[in-house]
Each structure stands twice: as C-alpha cells, then as structure tokens.
Write a protein that binds this ligand. Structure first.
Ligand SMILES: Nc1ncnc2c1ncn2[C@@H]1O[C@H](COP(=O)(O)OP(=O)(O)O)[C@@H](O)[C@H]1O
Ligand SMILES: [Mg+2]
Length: 240
C-alpha cells in the first residue's frame, strides 16, 4: 500500500547540492513497505524526520533519490492528483488544517473542491462530525474551540474525504489526558491503513502493530513496538 525504495530527500534544491550527503539529507536512504490495513507508528526524537517523511509522502518534499509507491502507483507529478485522493493527513497543529470561520465550512471545503454536490457534501459533513461526537460544534469558529475539540474537528475534515491511508502527525500533541484518550479511541477504531508519527510510546504500543524508528533521517529499526521500546539500550542510542 505504501512502499518506499531507497528514499532520500533534502530541503535544499537538488540543483545546488552536488553532494547531497555532504549537505545532509533530511531523509536518508529509507526503504519500507506497509501493507493495507496496517497501523504503523513512526517514532523518533524531535528533528528525526517524521514530518519530513509525511511531506515526502504527500509529494510536497521532493526526493533526491529513490521512489515512493502508493497503492502500486509511483508518486510523480502526473500521478499526484489521483494519489492525493487516496490519502488523508492530520496535521500536527489543527490550526493549519481548520481555517474557515465555521467548522462546518472546513468539513465541506474538501468535498466541494472535489466537485461533490452541495446536498451530498452536507450530509457527508454532518455524518463525519456526528461520528466523532462533535456535531454540536458545526456552527462554531474553529479558533474558539479547545485543543481536544479542534483535534476532533480536524480529524472529521480528513475522514470526510474517505481516504484509504491516513498519515497522523503527532495526533495526541497539545491534548489533555481526556482528549488524548478520545482521539486515540477514534483513531484506533478506524479500519484504514494508518501511519502515526508520535512521541507517545504508550499510545504507539496500544494502537500500532508495528513501529518504524527514525534517527537523523535514517530508518534504524522496524518491528514490534513492545519489543523495540523495551530495549532500553537501543532506545537511548536512538535518543528516545
Ligand atoms: N522547511 C524546512 N527547511 C529546512 N529544514 C527543515 C525544514 N523543516 C524541517 N527541517 C529540518 O529537517 C529535520 C527533520 O525535521 P522534521 O521532519 O520536522 O522532524 P520531526 O517531525 O521528526 O520532529 C530537522 O533537522 C529540521 O530542522
Ligand atoms: Mg514533526
């Protein structure tokens, strides 16, 4: 479903980097394959490259080497539109995702952009908000919601698009314990392919069948979360 083959990427434009390795890649020769329906944690210290990996998967951060395949299709300029229809993102900061004056309009935005009729879009938007228990917030301004409420509304905005794969960037960040539990229950119940970047090891243990560990842009481990996290010596070597 998601395949990376020797992926390297850098924030410097490739033309100015004769030797990318010397200038430091933000992703360094990463390969992995995630099957349909897997729930995979992306673990790494601050600056390890988790968000950059998601930007590469979204086709926003260009690769300097290697290839990404989503559902068997190589991520390229030509394919990006059809690939984006299959994937959803939940940003680290919901303020980057909710920007209209009413929550409801944020939920409708993507659907209307996709050319769905107003009537269908409205019923899908209401359904998505209700599913996450935030139907009552539809008319509110996203800027006046609590962190937990915002997170759930941002999740609704992503899920209403019915993605097959969802990338979550630190979905429990900025949340109090109760909202964390709520967001994690919602994410756990989603029958989708999930990649979840997180610092929260307890959360990764419960929600994920597998963990990928990044350190300075390299993939240093790939395996069962409990086995990896209980290995204190390696965890400290990885800065975790
Ligand atoms: N827009 C950017 N331009 C240049 N460097 C960046 C940019 N965004 C992130 N970086 C660098 O890339 C590295 C990985 O960052 P990031 O992917 O955000 O890590 P994480 O999400 O794991 O905290 C860091 O060294 C960071 O400073
Ligand atoms: Mg990040």
């Amino acid at each position: 479903m998601v395949r990376l083959v020797q992926v390297s990427a850098s924030y410097q434009p490739a033309a100015t980097t004769a030797s990318v390795a010397a200038t430091g890649c933000v992703l360094d020769n990463i390969s992995f394959h995630i099957e349909k329906g897997e729930s995979v944690a992306i673990i790494g210290a601050n600056g390890a490259g988790k968000t950059s990996l998601f930007l590469a998967l979204a086709g926003i951060l260009p690769l300097t080497h290697g290839a990404i395949f989503i559902d068997g299709i190589a991520l390229s300029k030509r394919a990006i539109k059809s690939i984006r229809r299959k994937i959803g993102f939940v940003f680290q900061n919901p303020d980057d995702q909710l920007f209209m004056s009413r929550v409801y309009d944020d939920i409708l935005f993507g659907l209307l952009n996709m050319g769905i009729s107003e009537e269908d879009a409205q019923s899908r938007a209401q359904e998505a908000l209700a599913k996450l228990g935030v139907g009552h917030l539809a008319g509110r301004s996203p800027f006046r919601l609590s962190g937990g409420e915002k997170r759930l509304c941002a999740l609704a905005a992503t899920l209403v698009m019915e993605p097959e794969i969802v990338f979550f960037d630190e979905p429990t960040a900025f949340l109090d314990p109760k909202s964390q539990r709520m967001a994690s229950a919602v994410i756990q119940a989603l029958p989708l392919t999930k990649l979840i970047a997180t610092h929260d090891l307890a959360f990764a243990r419960t929600l994920c069948d597998r963990a990928l560990i990044l350190r300075s842009g390299s993939l240093v481990a790939d395996g069962d979360p409990a086995t990896l996290f209980d290995d204190a010596e390696n965890m400290s070597r990885w800065g975790l």
